[in-house]
Design a binder for this molecule. Structure first.
Ligand code: MG
Length: 281
């Protein structure tokens, strides 16, 4: 990845983080830690990985589909869609507000969003159905689904994993935002997923780990997905609330917003992280 592109992507990720902080602060609710852990993943997806996805032609039948199963972090998708021109700036500060344009959990009423989610364990089963449909119709598009580690504790997710492996849904790409923190604690203390890659491979998937804050590594992982008769899971090692040092890797960052007197400090932390990324640190 050349320096110009890395800088552009780092700026995009910073804009996503800054808007997530401001939107959740204004709405006085949200899951800010869950949004900040996925900023680089959503940046790479909307800047080259997702094909035929654009605000000019949002219903292009050949578009790759993207489903966010961790719907509580939908603010990060809204922030990315805003950067890509899907809706005007004045929608941002309606997030989590009564009669607002941007609902607290991700909603398909927002342009560019394929499917509404909220309760965990719903996204992958829907993505599997979409990938099966695409396969039966010989369509060329891929279906991507981003999950949390909490999603990976859901029985319905594992039913979908089993089905996708058996039916060789190789246009399906799962993504785990593996920050290892969920609503009530660290995942290894609740329902440990390890060895996650080996479990997935046993069930007919390709699976790999990647640094979920490394833009180049993420792009390489998505570009390496093969249509070889297996669905792929990209397990992204991330840090909850990445960019805000005092909140990183904490359970308390899962649900909540940054209070007024901490907003600028939080944004400054995210800007410092952006500058580190640009230097390749
Ligand atoms: Mg998590």
């Amino acid at each position: 990845m050349d320096k110009t592109r890395r800088n552009e992507l780092a700026d995009f990720a910073f804009n996503v983080r800054r808007n997530c902080i401001r939107m959740t602060n204004h709405g006085q609710s949200g899951h800010v830690g869950s949004m900040l852990s996925m900023a680089e993943i959503i940046t790479v997806l909307y800047n080259g990985v997702l094909k035929n996805v654009s605000a000019e032609d949002p219903k292009n039948p050949n578009r790759d589909r993207f489903i966010l199963s961790k719907g509580h972090a939908g603010c990060a998708v809204y922030a990315a869609l805003y950067e890509k021109g899907y809706f005007p700036e004045d929608w941002l500060m309606t997030y989590y507000c009564d009669n607002g344009k941007l609902m607290g959990h991700i909603s398909h009423h927002v342009p560019g969003v394929e499917f509404s989610t909220g309760s965990l364990g719903h996204g992958l089963p829907v993505a599997v159905g979409m990938a099966l449909n695409a396969k039966l119709k010989n369509n060329s598009h891929k279906v991507y689904c981003m999950m949390s580690d909490g999603d990976m504790n859901e029985g319905s997710t594992w039913e979908a994993i089993m089905f996708a492996g058996q039916h060789k849904l190789d246009k399906l790409v799962g993504i785990v935002d593996y920050n290892r923190v969920q609503a009530l604690g660290h995942s290894e203390n609740i329902a440990d997923l390890e060895p996650l890659d080996e479990k997935l491979k046993l069930w007919g998937w390709d699976a790999c780990y990647v640094d979920g804050h490394d833009l180049e590594a993420l792009e390489d992982a998505f570009n390496a997905v093969e249509e070889n008769g297996k669905p792929t899971m990209i397990i992204c090692r991330t840090i909850k609330a990445r960019g805000i040092p005092w909140l990183e890797d904490t359970v308390k960052s899962h649900y909540g917003f940054i209070p007024d007197d901490k907003v600028e400090e939080a944004i400054a932390g995210c800007l410092a992280f952006c500058e580190q990324t640009k230097k390749g640190e």
